[in-house]
Write a protein that binds this ligand. Structure first.
Ligand code: GDD
Ligand code: MG
Length: 344
């Protein structure tokens, strides 16, 4: 089975994290989201992935290369100008001649793709859209559907009063390749605003799959922080390395390999400490602290409700609370970093 990952967006709402980095490459518990997504797909039998890139595409290619290290074949398509979600899907047409998966690359979910594909086949659908229920659907694509499980209307970012449905497009689709002929080539097209409404008008079968598991779009800073909290409390179970899940001990603490913790330092769960981290004397870590690989936490520093990426140096007596510190940052001694994102 093949999958197409839409990974070309600018990630504007995640700035400044995305100033130097494409959104799908942000680290989730010390590993790029895109890598986690591909490894997850692989567990469902996906052996070939097409990455549709645009913003900072080189960064993605340099990191994932041809996919050999992950055990899947990766093909790249790069747009010079953003073609929108529909235009990007059309540009990938040559790769698909059988039922395939399409994903937005900024979501973390534990959706069962095998079950989704089974539903798609049972419904004999041209497209199946996975839906999740949310309190406030205004920032999403909202789906109306009938009792037989088929989409009757698709309303992208609807205005207040435009729909009463709370089921939103989860950004996970199963497609039959024949549908691609309905998208104009070499044009900027939104799959959500243009293609789905047009397919419905033309009488295509768009199945609506209700998904009840964990789902989040990490497109804003609050949600980026929230997914880490949810992983640390076991609400969101994500894959670690090629198989198995990240396991929390009784206090909700995960300590990876090669970690050195000074005997006077204290760890308050839930917390995640990546490979080869060094935590110096009297430092206090947690609760809700994520520390990326190879990072150093200095003497008497405290880290609460914060996400630290790889190769970060936190010098002595630093206080971090509700902060995100991206890779290679150095935080000077005696600094307080509250509700802030630091990039190097
Ligand atoms: N290649 C390419 N080119 N990819 C793109 C482009 C483009 O021009 N524009 C967006 N993408 C990718 C983004 O990288 C992201 O992975 C995905 O398409 C969706 O774009 P977002 O910018 O994240 O859209 P959104 O979050 O506002 O809304 C979308 O996701 C919601 C669920 O999170 C829509 O699909 C909504 O309907 C949906 O509810
Ligand atoms: Mg999004």
């Amino acid at each position: 089975m093949k999958a197409l990952l839409l990974a070309g967006g600018k990630g504007t709402r995640l700035r400044p994290i995305t100033n130097n980095l494409p959104k799908p490459m942000v680290l989730i518990m010390g590993k790029p989201l895109l890598e986690r997504t591909i490894l997850n797909l692989k567990n469902y039998g996906v052996d070939e992935v097409v990455l549709s890139t645009c913003y900072k595409s080189k960064h993605i290619k340099d990191f994932l290369k041809d996919g050999a290290e992950l055990g899947v074949k990766i093909n790249y398509i790069t747009e010079d100008i953003p073609l929108g979600t529909g235009g990007a899907i059309k540009k990938a047409e040559e790769f698909f001649d059988d039922t395939f998966i399409i994903l937005n690359s900024d979501i973390v979910s534990d959706i069962d793709y095998a079950e989704l594909i089974r539903y798609h086949k049972e419904k004999k659908a041209h497209v199946t859209i996975a839906m999740t229920e949310v309190q406030d659907p205004s920032q999403y694509g909202v789906i109306e559907f009938n009792d037989s499980g088929f989409v009757t209307a698709f309303k992208e970012k609807p205005k207040i009063g435009e729909t009463s449905s709370k089921f939103i497009n989860a950004g996970v689709y199963i497609f039959e390749p024949e549908v691609l002929k309905e998208i104009p080539a070499n044009s900027v097209v939104s799959i959500e605003k243009e293609t789905y409404p047009s397919l419905l008008k033309k009488g295509y079968n768009l199945a609506a799959y209700k998904f009840h598991g964990y789902w989040i779009d990490i497109g804003t800073l609050n949600k980026y922080k929230k997914v880490h909290e949810d992983i640390l409390t076991g609400k969101c179970r994500i894959l670690c390395k090629n198989k198995g899940e990240i396991l929390l001990d009784k206090k909700g603490i995960i300590i990876e390999k090669g970690v050195k913790i000074h005997p006077t330092a204290r760890i308050f769960g839930p917390a995640y400490i990546g490979n080869n981290v060094f935590i110096d004397a009297y430092a206090k870590i947690g609760p809700y602290a994520v520390i990326g690989n190879e990072s150093y936490i200095g003497y008497k520093s405290t880290i609460k409700s914060s996400v630290i990426w790889d190769n970060v140096r936190i010098n002595e007596s630093v206080k971090l609370c509700n902060a995100v510190i991206t890779s290679k940052c150095i935080v000077k001694r005696d600094t307080e970093v509250l509700d802030t994102v630091l990039i190097s």
